[in-house]
Design a protein around this ligand. Structure first.
Ligand SMILES: Nc1nc2c(c(=O)[nH]1)N[C@H]1C(S)=C(S)[C@@H](COP(=O)(O)O)O[C@H]1N2
Ligand SMILES: [Mo]
Length: 519
């Protein structure tokens, strides 16, 4: 049972920090050190709820604006309109996207040199997508968002809200032991109902119903469905290419293929491969899921890609094999992106130098003319515009340099899931509603077992519908699902989704989704 979200309070161990130097230094944009500035008006909140009366406000001295904040005007947002939700919770006036709309667009328009980060599948970028990097107190992941966002709001003309605009206090635990949380995380939890500890106690629910405070047994009147009429179909589909995320640490980089070559050292016959050389070699095709190393809960930074190219093992063989002791490659992209990786972890997983995605040559954002693809590992070491495989001799302990193995201590998600829908899905009683999403595990190594189960709950995790991933599913691809749910009663529901792998390792916080069901 999930009570409140951990906010990565643990310090990074020295070892983890070292590992992350490789992982994060490049995985994240480290350029921007100043705060966000507001962006052109958000027309709708990502809650899909009634955004506060949103005339765009011009910020003095800047061309940017945000949706007007109205902290004293009250709105239930997606929650049922009642005194508690409007006047007490004021749900419609809280959370980042209420004022800012898409946070990816906010960063894009901010004038800051931030990594390119875009919401895909029609999902806006939310604060959840910022947290894997900026919740850290570690230099490699960029500035700590708590400091910069407090300061930026404090000095903003257009921010007329207060602490509760962005935060909530979760009082689960001892009386008086409040936890500051982000509203955007808190809103999906049972604590929203006002009985954080006893929420799951039927007596609380009955008491609330008896007093007429709630028809559903939650103070917020969030509806529960403990016996959902739910059919789930799984697949490993490839979505539209335009929904594949792009993460460029240094912006879009153009390469002139006539000047380009891939240099290989640490092999019997060191050599350079031109694009023509690689095209003339045997080509292998497969479909493989790419996720960003810093994928958040409910993140749009994942996608299934049909790839085609030359297996790394074929390249090594074409160079007469590795020299004695060579067991890792330093990997460098033409744009300056660099990391290193154990060779066996790549060749065991059919790593390839990909020349094509989706049946065509790579675009600049995909890494033209060639990108290293490492099935089962997150995106950071999938070096785009790759120009060098530099032979290294690593000590045994360094060889376990899988990103999956070394990701403990940062808020990143080896087993994860997301809805493709946004908060505010509309439905009708008795009519089937299709909900879709994905789950995955970084299953390319011994460190993370393949995805085993996707689970859905409509009662804050009190009961789950578990869906097993078939044994013949490809562990290198995500599992997508279409869940057909027929709601039996009107109300606002919070659907939860979580992924579990074959070792029982469970997604730490479920992905939440607000659904509004009408009569
Ligand atoms: N050359 C180069 N390769 C790179 C990056 C980069 O910025 N430059 N970003 C990495 C990161 S952090 C990710 S998640 C993936 C993203 O690949 P995509 O943009 O094709 O989705 O590329 C990786 N390879
Ligand atoms: Mo990434």
């Amino acid at each position: 049972m999930l009570k409140h979200y951990s906010s990565c309070k643990g310090r990074l161990s020295k070892k983890a920090a070292l590992a992350l130097t490789v992982a994060l230094a490049a995985c994240l944009g480290l350029a921007a050190l100043s705060a966000c500035s507001p962006q052109p008006s958000a027309t709708s909140s990502s809650d899909g709820g009634s955004a506060p009366e949103s005339a765009a406000v011009e910020t003095e001295g800047s061309a940017s604006s945000v949706a007007a904040m109205n902290p004293t005007g009250t709105s239930a947002g997606l929650l049922p309109a009642n005194e508690y939700n409007e006047a007490f919770i004021n749900a419609g006036s809280r959370g980042c996207n209420t004022c800012h709309g898409d946070l990816g667009a906010l960063m894009e328009n901010s004038g800051l040199d931030h990594i390119k980060i875009e919401g895909e599948y029609g999902k806006p970028v939310t604060i959840a997508d910022c947290l894997p990097c900026h919740r850290q107190h570690w230099v490699g992941s960029g500035p700590y968002y708590g400091d910069m966002l407090h300061e930026r709001h404090y000095s903003s003309d257009s921010f007329t809200g207060n602490c509760w605009s962005c935060h909530a206090q979760d009082s689960s635990g001892e009386v008086g032991e409040y936890q500051w949380e982000l509203w955007d995380e808190y809103k999906y939890t049972a604590s929203l109902g006002g009985f954080p500890d006893d929420y799951y106690d039927e007596r609380v629910q009955n008491w609330l119903k008896q007093r007429g405070a709630s028809t559903t047994g939650t103070m917020s009147n969030v509806a529960l469905d403990s016996e959902p009429n739910l059919q789930v179909e799984l697949s490993q589909e490839v979505k539209d290419e335009e929904d594949l995320f792009v993460l460029n640490n240094y912006g879009t980089f153009e390469v002139d293929a006539s000047q380009w070559a891939l240099n290989v050292t640490g092999v019997a016959n060191e050599r350079s491969f031109t694009l023509e050389d690689l095209k003339a070699m045997p080509q292998t095709e497969m479909t493989v899921t790419q996720v960003c190393f810093t994928s958040a809960i409910n993140s749009p930074f994942a996608g299934n890609i049909p790839v085609k190219g030359v297996l790394l093992s074929d390249i090594i063989e074409a160079c007469g094999g590795l020299t004695d002791g060579t067991n890792a490659f330093a990997l460098a992209g033409a744009d300056g992106w660099a990391t290193a990786y154990a060779i066996n972890l790549m060749t065991d997983n059919n790593a390839m130098i990909a020349l094509e995605y989706f049946g065509h040559e790579l675009t600049a954002d995909q890494g033209y003319p060639a990108t290293l693809v490492i099935p089962g590992e997150p995106g950071a070491p999938w070096v785009k515009h790759i120009v060098s495989l530099g032979g290294l001799q690593w000590e045994a302990d360094k060889l376990i340099n899988s990103y999956a193995a070394n990701s403990d201590g940062i808020t990143s998600h080896k087993v994860n899931s997301a809805w493709f829908q946004n908060d505010g899905v509309q439905a009708k009683v008795g009519q089937p509603l299709e909900l879709t999403g994905y789950g995955f595990a970084w299953s390319g190594t011994d460190f993370v077992a393949p995805l085993a189960t996707l689970s859905i709950s409509f009662d804050y995790g009190d009961t789950w519908t578990d869906v097993s991933i078939p044994a013949d599913a490809d562990p290198y691809q995500w599992s997508t699902f279409a869940a057909t749910w027929t709601p039996q009663a009107p109300g606002t529901y919070v659907a939860w989704l979580k992924a579990t792998n074959a070792d029982g390792y469970e997604q730490e916080t479920p992905a939440g989704l607000f659904i509004v069901v009408e009569e």
